[in-house]
Structures are given as structure tokens and as C-alpha cells.
Write a protein that binds this ligand. Sequence first.
Ligand code: NAI
Ligand SMILES: N[C@@H](CCC(=O)N[C@@H](CSC=O)C(=O)NCC(=O)O)C(=O)O
Ligand code: ZN
Ligand code: ZN
Length: 383
Amino acid sequence: MATQGQVITCKAAVAWEPNKPLIIEDVQVAPPQAGEVRIQILFTTLCHTDAYTWSGKDPEGLFPCILGHEAAGIVESVGEGVTEVKPGDHVIPCYQAECGECKFCKSGKTNLCGKVRSATGVGVMMSDRQSRFSVNGKPIYHFMGTSTFSQYTVVHDVSVAKIDPIAPLDKVCLLGCGVPTGLGAVWNTAKVEAGSIVAVFGLGTVGLAVAEGAKAAGASRIIGIDIDSNKFERAKNFGVTEFINPKEHENPIQQVIVDLTDGGVDYSFECIGNVSVMRAALECCHKGWGTSVIVGVAASGQEISTRPFQLVTGRVWKGTAFGGFKSRSQVPWLVNKYLNKEIKVDEYITHNLTLADINNAFDLMHEGGCLRCVLAMHARDNM
Ligand SMILES: NC(=O)C1=CN([C@@H]2O[C@H](COP(=O)(O)OP(=O)(O)OC[C@H]3O[C@@H](n4cnc5c(N)ncnc54)[C@H](O)[C@@H]3O)[C@@H](O)[C@H]2O)C=CC1
Ligand SMILES: N[C@@H](CCC(=O)N[C@@H](CSC=O)C(=O)NCC(=O)O)C(=O)O
Ligand SMILES: [Zn+2]
Ligand SMILES: [Zn+2]
């Protein structure tokens, strides 16, 4: 390929400072080194975790950086020693790596991987602790090991899932984060059983995917809780059977739910990132066995609390990253489930824009109607 081994200059959205509009820049992307893969990103979506880091509330947030972690593309070139993917392969970059060899991967107890996390948390590549991105010689940090708001990105080989080339990349890009997180929180982390009563706090993409996963698991009641009642109608299509708006109740929401469910729910999921709601989600669980899963990402400095008695009396508090899915081995499986019409993806896409419109796309995220906005990275108006 003509670009192999060369620096590629392409368009990327650079976050120069927290909360300041992203700027579309001509970015230089260095060739992949040993164990690295350079990917042409064709489609990316925006996740609330991008907005969280951009806001300056992420203790791992570094600037200037290129955000983005929910995307799909095609391998442009690979570095020395890369065997699992080759130029032309269709891939989804994965912020949660899977090396198969580290203590975490070998434990069989977690989807977390330790191989490159110390580098991805500080915005560099593992081999030389440097960035592959620069603008006029100034290094730009990577983000979550993915940086998909760029037409080309460089990732570690342990962070690339090779997928079926017939899958539409403008759809399956969503399988890089939010949808798997919700489904996996139910299937892998909580392991919801048929007949369970489930409460979902927050009916954005992640909460709706929790509802979808709970319905597939055979939950008997799926209670959706959101402060925006406009979310309720759409949520029915994802499996939510009952709705509660905490603003319409005087009692604490956990009390309302306990009263409605003969003592509490079997499983609850916090899909907002609000530590007060995390407490409510735990405390609405049934005594003796109720399990609450924290999915939302809370800002730096926030801490959770409850009376220890809540745990002494049998409630369980858990958390999940990427829904407990092992990325490289299970993202292709999720893509196949989508192709077989066993999971929704299209239904979470409410908007389609281009890279040039990325700041508008972030504005849209704060509007109730928006779930996921897919950006076409190589549309003519990006040039
Ligand atoms: N653990 C993980 O691996 C992942 C975590 N996340 C996190 O999950 C969270 C949810 O993500 P999205 O669904 O994309 O967000 P979203 O913003 O689309 O959805 C959040 C929903 O919560 C509702 N809400 C806000 N405050 C509320 C309150 N006090 N009570 C009830 N409802 C309230 C909003 O109206 C909205 O419908 C974010 O914090 C995101 O960073 C996202 C992906 C992966
Ligand atoms: N940098 C943040 C941590 C943010 C976080 O919890 N990330 C999730 C994924 S959220 C995706 O949208 C995650 O997988 N965490 C595990 C990990 O290894 O990062 C902070 O420090 O608050
Ligand atoms: Zn995300
Ligand atoms: Zn590993």
C-alpha cells in the first residue's frame, strides 16, 4: 500500500483544552511500530465518556488529545510482529485490550487486560511511551488507546477486533462501547436469570441496552427510571415494562421501588454516572440477594456511600467495564449476533453527521432525543 511506512497527514478533531470546541486539524499520524496497527477510521460515534473526559473531570484526561473510542474501520498497515490482522481487514478498535497472556487475561475472572493499560491511561503507546499523533511537530495525546476522532489512528495489536467484512461499518461501530456495555452488564456481570425483576436507572444508550439484555434474559419486569419522561415511550421498544420519574415522587426513589416490588428488585443497573443514584440503585435491591451493578462513570472526586448494613443484609454491589466482554474474542461474536438480527444496533442511531460537525454532535448528546450520532469520517465536507 502506498502509505505503508509513511507518515499520513489527515483530518482529526483535536481537544486542545477541556471544554473548548474541538478543532479539526491536519494531523500527522506516524506509521505503526512493532505490535501496533494503523487503522483508517470510517465511522465513529460519540459516547458520554468522551464528553466526560473533554469536560476536564476525568483524572486521566490529558490535553491536547484526540478523543473517541466507539468506531469501525479498515486496517491500513501493521507494524513488525503483528500477525492477527493485515491491511484490508475490517476492525473495531477496542479500548479494553485482550492479550490473552497477562495475569488478568489468564485469570478467567475478568475482561480487564493489563498489557497496555499503563500506556493507554497516559495517552501514549507502550513500546516507546510516545504518541503517534502530532500537529506541526507538537505531540497530541492518544485517548483510551483508540482516538477514533481521527481519519487514521494507531492502536496496540491487542486492542483490535477483526470482524466479518460484510458487517456495515456505519452500524457496527456502535459495538465498540455503549451497546455491548449494557448487554454485557446484564449477561456477564449480573447474570440476570429468567423471571427476575430489574431496575434500570438512566435510559440513554447504555440503559436501553441493559433493558434489551434483560428482556433477552427473560426478566419478568423491567422498570425504567429517568428524570426525563420523554425517554419512556422509546424505551418500550427496548423492553422496559414500567416507568418511574423520580421527580414525580416525594419519597426517595429507592423506597418507591421497594414498595412497588414487594421488597425490592433482583437486579439494578446505574447507567448515569451519578453517585446519589448509585446509592439509590443499591438500596432498591431486595434484601438477601439483590445485586446492583454500577455502569455509569462518575466524575473525579465523587465517592459512593451507603450504610454497610445494606451489604451485611445480603445486597451485592458490583461494577462493570465494557459489560465484562472480552474485546478481541467477543466483539466479533457481537457483530455476528447483529448480522443474525439477534441484537439491535440500528435502533440506537438517532443522528448521522460528519467529522466536520463533531461539535454539533456533542451538543446533540445533551438533547433528550439523541442516543448515538454516527460521524462519517471521510465525507467530502471533512476535507
Ligand atoms: N462502565 C462502562 O464500561 C461504560 C460506562 N459508560 C457510562 O455510562 C453512562 C451512561 O451513558 P449513556 O447511556 O451514553 O448516557 P446518557 O446521557 O445518554 O443517558 C443517561 C440518562 O440518565 C438520565 N438521568 C440523568 N440524571 C438522572 C437522575 N438523577 N435520575 C434518573 N435518570 C437520570 C438522563 O435523562 C439520560 O436519559 C455514562 O456515565 C457513561 O460514561 C458508557 C459506556 C461504557
Ligand atoms: N478514566 C476514567 C475511567 C473511565 C472508565 O471507567 N472507563 C470505563 C469505560 S467507559 C467507556 O465509555 C472502563 O472500561 N474502565 C476500565 C479501565 O480500565 O479504564 C477515570 O479515571 O475516572
Ligand atoms: Zn464509551
Ligand atoms: Zn491481557
